[in-house]
Ligand binder design. Structure first.
Ligand SMILES: Nc1ncnc2c1ncn2[C@@H]1O[C@H](COP(=O)(O)OP(=O)(O)OP(=O)(O)O)[C@@H](O)[C@H]1O
Ligand SMILES: [Mg+2]
Length: 430
């Protein structure tokens, strides 16, 4: 080895100054167009400084509208303000346990375990609970009741205001029970003497979701508890997205490497995609990469267009390959039946890209056999179709009563050949 393998990659090649600020994990300090939302949440959490329990808050808004970033920014600032004695005159204590419920914290038990094991409840300066001698020891395997007791005891003995942030809360299976348990615990937390004053800890919830139907699927009691305060994050429009992106360009791109009109084009694309800032940032990064890979120091309009096509491909790829296996097989059966066209035994003279659910089910059974899988029943098949429709991968319509009675007609949302290729490589089909 010459030791020069990476030299070419490390050479200054042009477009980017700091790729980190374009990453989806980067949270800018300044979040334009969210002042009002930030104010409302901050005002609510500020009651901690008076040793009063904050309200529960529910944040709703489409993907990429800044919900996670806003909450992370505020809680970070809450922690630093609490640590500042000149500002925290009542010596209030708070703990923030943040979790993304999609990433494993999707049950009452996992959430409780995360809270009791979270650094914020196990940090230096907080008294250990009277229940356990060990601090920060492994607690998995303990019963939910034990976890609750431990949580309550730590909060009580330290008079801590606990903020539980449940990001993507719609992923929690037993969410009604979880909200009930956390709320009820407030009634069980007793008063303690702290710095010569009587105070009482508390638990508040910040729930975040981008799923429109989530709130209405909750029990009425849970709904009114969780949504004591509700904040809706509106999608960004093209102008707002342009400002957000320009700011990142300034930090992440070299001067002059992308024009204002190309930033505007990306913003327009992101505005069409539900005002999703994350999508805009992804396009920005991809366009930069395309220019850079072509050894150019400036992003062209065509790079932006290509970036859009590639990001869309990536998004569909991710969407399909993360589907449960049988949904992938159903999707494949549809794409396959369309691709076979006239060779496929069709019983109707409907347009070539429209299929009857019956014929797709037959194809699904055939492919399951080929894959050595047990086909699910017709009822399950129907459920899978509905889920695929929700994801925009297929469209379903009911046929009028005709030769075959009322039946579901299926149309594929993308190119059959592309979809077949993606599923085939995901499932190892040949
Ligand atoms: N007002 C803003 N200013 C600057 N960047 C923003 C703003 N809003 C969002 N972003 C950026 O857009 C991306 C997505 O934001 P965020 O993750 O907060 O969205 P979200 O509403 O939580 O989406 P999801 O529902 O998909 O979780 C992040 O990279 C974030 O930094
Ligand atoms: Mg989020």
């Amino acid at each position: 080895m010459s030791g020069k393998l990476f030299d070419d990659e490390l050479k200054d090649k042009g477009v980017f100054k700091d790729l980190g600020v374009l990453s989806p994990h980067y949270i800018p300090k300044d979040l334009p167009y969210r002042k009002q939302e930030i104010k409302q949440i901050t005002r609510s959490l500020a009651s901690i400084f008076l040793n009063v329990k904050p309200n529960n808050i529910f944040l709703y808004g489409k993907t990429g509208t800044g919900k996670t970033s806003v909450v992370k920014n505020i809680t970070r600032e809450l922690e630093s303000t609490l640590a500042d004695k000149s500002k925290n005159k009542n010596n209030a204590r708070a703990a923030v346990a943040y979790m993304n419920c999609r990433l494993g914290y999707n049950s009452k038990y996992q959430v409780l375990l995360k809270i009791v094991e979270d650094d914020s409840l196990n940090r230096e300066g907080l008294k250990d609970t009277p229940l356990e001698g060990v601090r920060g020891g492994k607690l998995s395997g303990r019963s939910p009741t034990e976890l609750q007791q431990r949580m309550r005891a730590t909060i009580e003995s330290n008079a801590v205001h606990m903020i539980v942030v449940l990001d993507e809360v719609d992923m929690v299976k037993d969410v009604n029970e979880l909200i009930y348990i956390l709320t009820r615990m407030n009634d069980e937390i007793g008063e303690v003497e702290f710095d010569g004053k009587t105070c009482r800890g508390s638990i508040s919830i910040i729930g975040i979701s981008n799923k429109y139907s989530f709130k209405n699927d909750l029990d009425p009691r849970t709904k009114s508890t969780l949504c004591e305060e509700e904040i809706v994050f509106k999608p960004y429009n093209a102008n707002q997205l342009k400002t957000i992106l320009k700011h990142r360009v300034k930090m992440g791109f070299k001067k002059g490497s992308i024009s204002e009109s190309n930033i505007a084009l990306i913003a327009a694309y992101a505005a069409q995609t539900n005002g999703d800032a994350r999508y805009g940032l992804r396009l920005l990064q991809k366009a930069g990469e395309i220019a850079q890979n072509n050894k150019r120091k400036r992003v062209k309009k065509d790079d932006v267009k290509e970036a859009k096509a590639r990001v869309e491909e990536d998004v569909i790829n991710e969407l399909i390959t993360t589907l449960p296996e049988h949904q992938q097989i159903v999707l494949y059966s549809i794409a396959d039946a369309i691709a076979r066209g006239s060779q496929y035994k069709r019983l109707s003279d409907a347009p070539a890209d429209v299929l009857f659910s019956g014929e797709v089910y037959e194809n699904y059974e055939r492919i399951c056999k080929h894959l050595n899988r047990n086909p699910r029943t017709m009822r399950w098949f129907g459920e899978y179709l509905k889920e695929l429709e929700m994801l925009g991968l297929v469209t379903l319509t009911l046929s009028g009563s005709g030769v075959r009675g009322t039946t579901t007609l299926i149309r594929l949302g993308g190119s059959p050949a592309d979809i077949k290729k993606i599923v085939a490589s995901s499932l190892g089909l040949h």
